[in-house]
Design a protein around this ligand. Structure first.
Ligand SMILES: Nc1nc2c(ncn2[C@@H]2O[C@H](COP(=O)(O)OP(=O)(O)O)[C@@H](O)[C@H]2O)c(=O)[nH]1
Ligand SMILES: [Mg+2]
Length: 431
């Protein structure tokens, strides 16, 4: 495939009239374009350059009627070595399965959105793989992330990676977190998209979705949707201070109720964002954009491994009322990370190589009778070593982790917040 080099920042410092027009149209369309800031050794000031993706320049906002305003994105690795977890003999088959299920259970019925598969230059898909995955999928495109979208910001020194918190997580993994937390919004806004759905190569939609999710979001004025809740305590040292300082300096950024809910109903509750749908302009506009900038400038994403999960959860909880959020529970969804080491977690008898380490499969409400669910979940359980701790609950099968705590056990630290979100009960869940 033809490689698409990024537009160099230097060119943007002397923009040509065509680019200026595109930027102006973008500003008009999105109200505020979130700038990708970049420090250089000779500049104390942040430059307000926007590093536009090449295709944006080649295509044109003027032909918007031919393009969807919605997009499904993957960030994938086409290599049998995961950048953080090591050897994975099944990388492509995992990804194939995820795409096949996405098309079979959703996109074949609702094809009116684009699908972009992002990758980085260390593990690109060759043309054979691209051709195979794109067969009969006209809306699917591949895109390399490079330049501003995939590099260490703010003068961070990659050779100090071993000193950063949880060094097992590679620099690529940290770029991935920054991409989903901070950079994806200006990139997709510049492309003219309004809603984005994320899928990971280990995200599986296991049952049919009978309506257009993007239309649902629009019609119900939803800004963010998730499928599985979670409690993530690994926010990193200094994260709470960044948030509290921001709230102190921006006293009008949000309501007292939302601050109270965030600070007093457990800050750690949030969204397992390997699947989400988001309204891009919510993330592009104030107050979200300036909080994202503060988080980005703190460099905690790199030095403390502050995850995109935590960052999404914070901004959504702080700046959206519960009625602007949706908890989709009507399709069966899997995101399960398996233990890849000799032992994982506290109990080596029940958690070793191949056992579920975190996440699991959430039952789609209305998809099965209890008997059908039990039969389905039992089949899943039988795929694991019988010694693995894989409990079957009425709405979940998977690891004994905080997704289970929130979905099944309804731990008050989760549920006091989650029960306020539309979709939480759906007429089936018993509060
Ligand atoms: N291109 C690229 N993708 C990555 C990298 N690290 C993770 N990803 C992708 O980002 C997504 C989330 O990563 P994953 O390892 O599943 O995260 P986890 O489940 O939260 O631990 C997956 O689709 C990965 O393939 C990387 O270094 N490069
Ligand atoms: Mg994953």
């Amino acid at each position: 495939m033809k490689k698409e080099p990024p537009v160099p920042l230097t060119r943007l410092r002397h923009p040509n009239p065509f680019l200026s027009l595109l930027i102006l149209l973008g500003v008009f369309h999105n109200a505020v374009i979130y700038n990708v800031y970049r420090t250089t050794s000779d500049e104390n000031q942040f430059s307000a350059a926007i590093d536009l993706p090449q295709e944006r320049v080649n295509s044109s906002l003027l032909s918007r009627e031919n393009r969807s305003s919605d997009v499904v994105v993957y960030l994938a690795q086409f290599s049998n070595v995961h950048s953080s977890y090591g050897a994975q003999s099944d990388a492509l088959s995992k990804f194939r399965k995820s795409l096949d299920l996405l098309y079979a259970n959703y996109l074949n019925q609702f094809p009116s959105c684009d699908v972009i598969i992002f990758y980085d230059s260390s593990s690109p898909p060759d043309s054979k793989i691209q051709a195979e995955l794109s067969r009969n999928r006209p809306q699917l495109k591949f895109r390399e992330l490079n330049g501003t979208w995939w590099e260490l910001p703010y003068g961070l020194d990659g050779s100090r990676h071993h000193k950063w918190k949880r060094p097992k997580y590679s620099i690529g993994y940290r770029h991935m977190m920054r991409w989903f937390a901070v950079l994806i919004w200006p990139y997709l806004a510049a492309e003219g998209y309004s809603y984005v759905m994320r899928m990971d190569d280990d995200s599986y939609i296991h049952s049919k979705i009978g309506y257009n999710l993007f239309e649902f979001m629009r019609e119900h004025n939803k800004k963010y949707a998730f499928r599985q809740p979670v409690r993530d305590t690994g926010v990193g040292k200094g994260y709470d201070k960044v948030i509290d300082d921001y709230l102190f300096e921006h006293p009008d950024a949000t309501t007292r109720d939302l601050i109270h809910s965030y600070k007093n109903v457990s800050r750690r509750v949030g969204f397992y964002n390997n699947w989400f749908i988001a309204n891009i302009s919510f993330f592009m506009n104030e107050p979200v954009s300036s909080l994202l900038r503060a988080i980005d400038e703190s460099t905690l994403i790199y030095t403390q491994r502050t995850g995109d999960l935590v960052i999404h959860s914070t901004v959504v909880r702080l700046f959206l009322r519960p009625d602007e959020i949706q908890w989709f529970r009507d399709f069966t969804y899997e995101h399960m990370t398996l233990c890849r080491m000799d032992t994982c977690g506290a109990d080596s008898r029940t958690n070793f190589k191949g056992c579920p380490e975190n996440g699991g499969i959430s039952r789609g409400f209305g998809v099965y009778s209890d008997e059908e669910w039990n039969a389905y979940a039992t089949k899943i359980k039988e795929q694991f070593d019988p010694r693995c701790e894989v409990e079957i609950d009425w709405n979940f099968i998977g690891a004994d982790d905080s997704v289970r705590d929130c979905e099944v056990k309804k731990h008050p630290l989760c549920w006091d917040y989650l029960k306020t979100i539309p979709g939480a009960t759906n007429g089936i869940e018993k509060i």
